[in-house]
Design a protein around this ligand. Structure first.
Ligand code: AG3
Length: 280
């Protein structure tokens, strides 16, 4: 029997992931993007936006745990959290595991991503009804501009920083983020893979360094993203972020205090990577 194949269309990766799939559960177009949910025997359900895989049921926990728990444990008391993007609900689910969090605002421009995720990704979209959650379907770039000293942690869980999400990785945007953060605030964003997208990683790190006194980078291996060795960039207003500040009490599959430390690259390699000295 022939497999049905689903080919990713990630225009910025030099390879194309091709998934044997058993089903296309949903395919539609929102005002902003093409939305698809396909079913793979290995990965489970995969959310695909504009042809690029965003998360899959099997490995989403790795990405979502590291996006949420690293900044939340590097902060002494994260009460107010802003998530930009993240309409599938995976980061939100992890953020709400922290009892310190009093308010989690999720701003995703595309409400159809949230609706499709509630229908087809029930293990990710589990936390939208939590009373601490405020969901807004607005432009995250504009939203942050209205706030000053409002959030402890801002997590940008966007699509790739090309196309309409590009503005979420500019120096101007980071200046708005800096202003919207409280005194000890921390920003984290997903910033692509080391080998296939190094120029993007470098550009974002340079922009962050113009705005935040503490800038760092950590990584996690994400089996569903082309390039696998995925980066998360951090900007912190006050403290270094390499050590968890609080005891890890949340239930996770992979994140732990040791994994937090391990996620950060050795400083010597990190510097080579972002300075341009690391070539391959
Ligand atoms: N957001 C970032 C996905 C990046 C995938 N990029 C790629 N495969 N080239 C994921 C949303 C999950 N909450």
């Amino acid at each position: 029997m022939m497999d049905t194949l689903f080919m990713e269309r990630d225009p910025y990766a030099p390879i194309r992931h091709c998934y044997p799939i058993s089903n296309v559960l949903y395919h539609g177009k929102s005002e902003y993007q093409d939305i698809m949910v396909v079913e793979s025997p290995h990965f489970g359900r995969i959310l695909v936006l504009d042809g690029v895989a965003q998360c899959d049921e099997k490995y989403e926990f790795i990405y979502h745990e590291f996006m949420a728990h690293v900044p939340l444990h590097a902060h002494p008391n994260p009460e107010d959290v802003l998530i930009i993007g993240g309409g599938d609900g995976g980061v939100l689910r992890e953020v709400l595991k922290h009892p310190e969090v009093k308010r989690a605002v999720l701003v995703d421009i595309d409400k159809e991503v949230i609706e499709v995720s509630k229908r087809f990704l029930p293990t990710m979209a589990v936390a939208f009804e939590d009373p601490r959650v405020i969901v807004l379907n607005e432009d995250g770039y504009k939203y942050v501009q209205d706030y000053e000293g409002e959030f402890d942690v801002i997590i940008v869980d966007s699509t790739d920083p090309v196309g309409f999400a590009h503005v979420l990785t500019t120096e101007e945007f980071f200046r708005h983020v800096y202003r919207a953060l409280k005194e000890e605030g921390i920003y984290v964003g997903q910033t692509e893979s080391i080998h296939y997208h190094l120029e993007i990683v470098r550009r974002i790190q340079r922009s962050l360094k113009k705005v935040f006194p503490v800038v760092d980078l950590y990584t996690a291996v994400i089996p569903g993203y082309a390039g696998y060795w995925w980066t998360m960039s951090v900007g912190s207003k006050k403290r270094p972020v390499r050590e968890p500040l609080r005891e890890v009490k949340v239930q996770t599959k992979l994140y732990s205090a040791d994994m937090h430390r391990h996620a950060f690259l050795p400083v010597s390699f990190y510097e080579k990577l972002v300075s341009g000295e690391y070539v391959f």
